[in-house]
Design a protein around this ligand. Structure first.
Ligand code: G6P
Ligand code: MG
Length: 215
């Protein structure tokens, strides 16, 4: 029975992909090229700078480090402006209830997100208190699929990696979990997350039961 649960944020607890999309699209449009929702799929779970590189590649832009840095800041300012209007209604169905039920069962909870905006998002959604530890893009050097974020999560909870389960919607996140020696519950489909140990369409499916107890 797992003693710790590590949650990705974007796409698992809240759907921020649409705000990332709006901000990246705005940047692409400023640079006079289009950026579609399908293109945006490639950016899920990917770090900010890597996302920018993918975007610039799509627009066939080859630019230097200093300008890339400024573009990433521009995009982030727009993104922060969008998410600053977020409300508690934007928590994905079942997320709060499920995490609360795990807490009641004595499971320790950590956030394991690549986003440097994670603390702001948790604050906007009023769910900071649900987490015993928060590991995000501000404290991690190696992005998923590197296992660093989840290994630090387990450590902050005072648990061994094998005692923790990860909840992820991105393939890179599932790989990071496995490389950390943890099971991964995939939020998606067996097509999008072929490597996940267990697939659900969202945390609402788990409210009232515990995958952690079943295994
Ligand atoms: C998550 C999202 C990505 C985002 C990354 C960094 O992994 O799925 O789309 O690029 O976090 O987020 P940040 O808020 O720091 O730009
Ligand atoms: Mg995600």
């Amino acid at each position: 029975r797992a003693r710790g649960a590590l949650f990705d944020l974007d796409g698992v607890i809240v759907d921020t992909a649409k705000y990332h999309y709006l901000a990246w699209k705005r940047l692409a449009n400023e640079l006079r090229f289009d950026f579609t929702e399908a293109d945006n799929e490639r950016l899920k779970g990917v770090s900010r700078m890597r996302s920018l590189d993918i975007l610039l590649e799509l627009g066939k832009f080859d630019i230097g480090e200093a300008l890339r840095e400024r573009m990433s800041i521009l995009k982030d300012n727009w993104y922060v402006e969008y998410i600053s209007h977020m409300t508690q209604d934007e928590i994905l169905p079942g997320a709060r209830e499920y995490i609360q039920s795990l807490r009641e069962q004595g499971v320790r909870i950590a956030l394991g997100s690549a986003s440097r905006n994670a603390p702001l998002i948790l604050d906007k959604l009023h769910i900071t208190d649900l987490f015993d530890a928060v590991i995000d893009g501000n404290s991690v050097t190696n992005a998923k699929p590197d296992p660093e974020v989840f290994l630090r999560g387990a450590k902050s909870l005072g648990l061994q990696p094998g005692e923790c389960v990860v909840y992820e919607d991105a393939e890179a996140g599932v790989e990071a979990a496995h490389r950390a020696g943890m099971k991964a519950v995939g939020i998606g489909t067996s097509q999008t997350l072929p490597e996940a140990d267990y697939i659900i369409s969202g945390l609402h499916e788990l409210v009232g039961k515990s995958v952690l107890q079943e295994r």
